[in-house]
Design a protein around this ligand. Structure first.
Ligand code: HEM
Length: 190
């Protein structure tokens, strides 16, 4: 959520568009934010996915191979029983897959853009039978938090906002070195 608010503070047009979708959702369902209703919110979904692309929580996850494998047309092979690292953060930052990877652009996750990429180049929750067991909970909880706060507050950069923010390289998980500071302004809805 902190990374989402950081990007929304730096990208006011995206924040306004997302708040429009949230306001429409409140009107349509009288503020009844069920799992199914939140799932229908397409722009929120694109913003959420782009946050997890740009800010992947870790560097890599691992697998042990069940059989040997040779890459097509090469002599490069991986033996059975080998532990391999899957560098999901590097994949999410690869300019050949996501052009200008430092740019925050939720449209990378519109249907056409998603169809044009291999499904395994976006792995915020890992993949296969050992992927993240908490992903649905994480998605719902984070989206709910974003909805509740953006409905009532506007976020902006302030004097203490670092752009881009420094990453603490002592942590395995992505952690800002000096925290994330933003200005939060109440929206008056009277
Ligand atoms: C945005 C939040 C989260 C992210 C980005 C995330 C990401 C991941 C990733 C990348 C993996 C490794 C998957 C793989 O090896 O294929 C993982 C595994 C796991 N996650 Fe999450 N996770 C999140 C939230 C949660 C939550 C909320 C829970 C529990 C309530 C959770 C529980 C687990 C567990 C138990 C595993 C190990 C699964 C296994 O080895 O079978 N995660 N997560």
């Amino acid at each position: 959520m902190a990374n989402a608010f950081y990007e929304l503070a730096l990208n006011q047009e995206i924040q306004n568009r997302l708040r429009d979708e949230i306001d429409q959702e409140y009107i349509k369902h009288a503020g009844n934010l069920t799992y199914a209703n939140i799932k229908e919110m397409n722009y929120l979904d694109k913003v959420f996915k782009e946050v997890l692309r740009k800010y992947s929580a870790g560097l890599f996850f691992t697998r042990r191979t069940m059989s040997s494998y040779t890459f097509n047309g090469t002599k490069v092979s991986i033996p059975k029983g080998q532990i391999i690292l899957i560098p999901w953060q590097d994949m999410h930052q690869d300019p050949n897959i996501y052009p200008e990877p430092d740019v925050f652009d939720p449209e990378r996750f519109n249907e056409e853009a998603v169809r044009s990429r291999h499904p395994m180049v976006y792995l915020p929750f890992g993949g296969g039978p050992r992927n993240c067991i908490g992903s649905r909970f994480a998605v719902y909880q984070t989206k709910l938090g974003l909805i509740k706060i953006l409905r009532n507050y506007k976020v902006e950069p302030c004097e203490k906002t670092q752009i881009p923010y420094a990453i603490d390289d002592k942590h395995f998980l992505l952690t800002p070195k000096d925290g994330i500071y933003l200005r939060i302004i109440k929206i008056n809805r009277d």
